[in-house]
Structure formats: structure tokens, C-alpha cells
Design a protein around this ligand. Sequence first.
Ligand code: GLU
Length: 269
Amino acid sequence: MAKDASIERKKLKDAKRIVIKIGTSSLVYENGSANLRRIGVLVRVICDLVNREKEVVLVTSGAIGIGKSVLNLEKRPSTVEEKQAVAAVGQSVLMHIYNQLFSEYGHTAAQLLLTRDVTEDPASKVHVEHTFEKLLSMGIVPIVNENDSVAVEEIKFGDNDNLSYVVAGLVKAELLIILTDTDGYYDKNPSKPGAELYHNITDLSEEIERAAGASESGKGTGGMLTKVHACRLAADEGINAVICNGEDPEVIFKVIDGDEVGTMFVKKT
Ligand code: GLU
């Protein structure tokens, strides 16, 4: 049985451990350069949450997007080797940006690059869980991405929506927030007239899940389908999940205040 949506919304203020996921389309401008203004707001919001004694894990895309911009590439790389090389460049630039911003507010970030085999192998999974625990207990913000430079098909999460759900499970988060470039999950393509936002989903049928259209932004991987899927899995495992618009990352405060923003996937009991 899913819990009552309005009651669960109000309880989000008590969520101590929160996983926030931001995608490439929210991190880079149309021209491919880093949106430093938005990343700056995101980091300030996270630091404020840590000041309130919340424990926050950031799952961030952008390694390939930022790498592409740094290397002045016209197109997103397509071959495995190209993607891995561009991600290797972009990931360190991305972390440099995050580290600088976190240190401005007196906070420390740490990088964790994961592949699926690590989280599926019982022994290494336990090590990763311990690493997260230790970092969070030290007030450090773990910043997670897929290890794109080594990941091949067999060990890939494939998209960071899936990764964010896996991380939420690893750290036993109470809340997963997925920031994207629309206000949440609509019953049809939001650019079509009459599209309506789902505010709360207590029981996601396969039919509604399948209706989630693919992303049209072309800047990252995944789309609404992977977000909805990740949120459904989280809700099934007892983690409340919200998809909302990352245009202004201060929306995270609204989610935590229990405002009706975005689409909330209400956890199952
Ligand atoms: N890990 C990829 C990157 O950092 C992104 C994957 C995704 O957007 O889902 O570029």
C-alpha cells in the first residue's frame, strides 16, 4: 500500500539523508558550456542543507557534456573510446568546478565513480556502503557519477537516473530528488497543449510508466522514461522520490518544505 501523498509531502522536511540527481541538460547551456550560475546555486543549496545537518549525496552527470565543451567538439562523441576519453577530461573539470564552489562555503566534496559490477558484487557493495557512511558521518558531500572512462556495456548503469536510484538504496536515503528540465512528469509531452502534470503518484501502473516519452534535449542520456522508472523502483523500496525542475535548484527547498512542486512518487509501506 502506498502512503497518503499529502502526509508524505509534509514529512519530507524530516528526511535526513537525501540523494539529489542533476543531469547534463541542467548543467550546460545550449552552446555546451557549463552553466556556472546554476551549478553555483545547486552547491549553495546543498551546503545549506548540510548546515541544517542533512546528509546529502549528489549524483551528477556532465562528464561527457563538459568534456565536449572543454575540447571544443561540435558533436557529442559517439564511439566508446571517444566517449571514454571525453569523459576522462570532463569529469576532472566537473569536479574542479564542484570543489571550488563547495570550498567557497567551507564544505568538502568527495568523488565516487561507480560501475554496476561494483554495486552488484556483495563484497565490493559493502565497501562502497562503508565509504558513503564514513563520508556522510564526516559531513562530506559525496559526488557520484558513473565511471564513464572504464565502463563498458557489461558493467554500465547506462544512465544516471538508474544510478541515482541505486545510490539511494546503497545509502538508505529517505528522499531522492531528480532535477530535470521540465516541471515533473506529465500525462503527455509537456510541449503539447492540454498536458497535465502528475503532482503525486501513489501507484504507478505499467501503462503510465510506458507513456513517459523519451528525452528530446539531446544533451544527456535517458529521458522521462528512465526518471519515472528510477522513481518507481525507489518508491517500491520505501524511498520517496520527486522529479522536479532544476532550472532553479532552490526548488529543492520547496520539495523539503512539503510544497506541491514536481511529481512525487510516494513510497510504498
Ligand atoms: N555519466 C554520463 C556523464 O557524466 C551521463 C549519463 C547520463 O546523463 O545519464 O556524462
